[in-house]
Design a protein around this ligand. Structure first.
Ligand code: NCD
Length: 360
């Protein structure tokens, strides 16, 4: 039977393990209505999104293609609600909406919204649902997008929510673009399988790796190596999920010894905006967790280097021009995969694939 968010209380929904939340979030045909967690995406869905993103990317190369794309969702509007700093994620969602002809509104600072006057976030979001048809939201609070998805499913005018970063917990659409970048990087060499992916940096507080590790678990024979000083190592919750799925993974502090095995190196910055007594970044020596010319000499000729950006100095600008430095292309991929996700959410997949078949 179809599971609906209007049939379950918020407290009961909140208490479910994520795997049991998925049927409520992907109610029809396994397609996300609300996109909150990486666990909502299995391998067929990831392949399907990649195919759709490829079609959109190809169609968008011509004026007639852009004209076609721009009328697809021109009758719907999106609210970009970002109460935490963002450049890339915000701009790529904004561009993705533009590609699909979807007008956008934005709140980027709660000081400029009525929350400042004491309105609850719940009421603010309900207000958005009076004017908009989609909410893309980034928040410093872990469960807020999830709560809002429940609120909005129960509102007079239900609309979908896409999580664009929830505290230190998850960043599912970043993981989608990371997977899309890996799929593209390996597409002429057997695809995303039988690879070693090395993830480096602040894995304790970085939400991108927490989502990516779970998506990678969908692909065959992917070995995951987490490289960090002990205080920044990947959470035990993610380790348990990987163990339960039988994923081959390893934790290490020795970056240089694992570099020669890597097919992809995913660098991340230290997330010092979350510093507290248990994670005082300045007290941790991170000098051995940086990628520069010395590290470039240790990787294979086909290994790709990724970073969700923004970077500090964990990737040296010296390597930006190396063909293996994939982070700029990775960033642009975010626009295509987010356009694909929105198109899928609003039921435009078949029209896009048909146009692609007929015209390209
Ligand atoms: C990441 C984020 O916000 O989690 N940035 C992004 O969305 N590209 C990574 C980061 O801030 O370090």
């Amino acid at each position: 039977m179809r599971k609906k968010l209007i049939d379950i209380s918020w407290d009961a929904f909140r208490a479910l393990p994520v795997a049991e939340k998925v049927p409520y979030l992907n109610p029809v045909g396994g397609i996300p209505y609300h996109t909150l967690f990486a666990q909502q995406f299995d391998r067929p869905l990831l392949e399907r999104l990649g195919t759709l993103a490829n079609s959109i990317r190809t169609i968008a190369k011509t004026r007639s293609g852009m004209d076609f794309l721009r009328q697809l969702i021109s009758h719907k509007r999106a609210m970009l609600y970002f109460s935490q700093p963002s450049s890339r994620t915000f701009l790529s969602f904004y561009s993705a909406c533009q590609i699909l002809g979807m007008p956008t509104g934005e709140v980027r600072d709660t000081a400029t919204s009525s929350e400042f006057k004491g309105e609850s976030c719940e009421d603010s979001v309900r207000t958005f649902s009076s004017y908009f048809d989609l909410i893309v939201m980034r928040s410093p609070e872990k469960g807020l997008a999830e709560h809002m998805s429940w609120v909005l499913s129960n509102a007079e005018r239900p609309i979908p929510v896409i999580n664009a970063g929830s505290g230190q917990d998850q960043h599912p659409t970043q993981a989608l673009l990371d997977i899309y970048t890996l799929q593209r990087s390996f597409e002429r060499a057997g695809g995303l399988r039988d690879r070693t992916i090395v993830m480096v940096g602040d894995l304790a507080r970085g939400r991108t790796v927490r989502s990516l590790a779970q998506l990678l678990a969908n692909f065959p024979n992917i070995r995951q190596i987490f490289v960090a000083p002990p205080v920044f190592q990947i959470g035990t919750d993610i380790q348990e999920i990987l163990r339960a799925k039988g994923v081959d993974f390893e934790l290490t502090g020795d970056f240089h010894s694992v570099l020669p095995q890597a097919d992809a190196v995913y660098m991340t910055r230290i997330q010092d905006e979350w510093d507290d007594e248990t994670h005082p970044s300045r007290a941790v020596d991170i000098s051995n967790f940086k990628f520069g010319l010395r590290e470039l000499a240790l990787i294979k000729p086909q290994t790709v280097i990724l970073h969700p950006l923004p970077r500090r100095d964990e990737i040296s600008t010296d390597i930006d021009r190396d063909p293996r430095a994939m982070y700029w292309r990775q960033m642009r991929n975010g626009m295509w995969i987010r356009a694909a996700l929105i198109a899928l959410t609003f039921g435009c997949e078949n029209r896009i694939l048909e146009f692609h078949r007929a015209n390209v």
